[in-house]
Design a protein around this ligand. Sequence first.
Ligand SMILES: [Fe+2]
Length: 135
Amino acid sequence: MNNRREFLKASLVVSAGVLAANIPVFAKDETSFPKGIVYTEENSGKWAGKSGGHLPQISIKGNQVTIKTKHGMSKRHYIVRHTLVTEDGQVLGAKTFSPTDKEATSVFKIDGKHSVLYATSFCNKHDLWIAKFSV
Ligand SMILES: [Fe+2]
């Protein structure tokens, strides 16, 4: 009976070690975003060649961040939403667009310096795009 218990204990320890080794750790590097879910300038995946019209463009003036996606806006194909998010996931701002909007531009006021911020832009046909920047 003791041998069986020792065997089970050892098996659990080994299993836990194998599981721990295989659990992905979320890194804050844009190259670690899940492929096929999030697209970046470096990883446009199945949307190769479409980053120019989908990657959020950032401009900063004082404490104001402007996000623009150079994408057409039509009933069938448009930018749905922008967000501005800190490195630890705090959403500093969000704007939802309508297909009747002339362009996908959003303006957010921020406080202080941020070494890492993420701007997201979601297209109804070409998924979620993210640009990383600092202020
Ligand atoms: Fe698109």
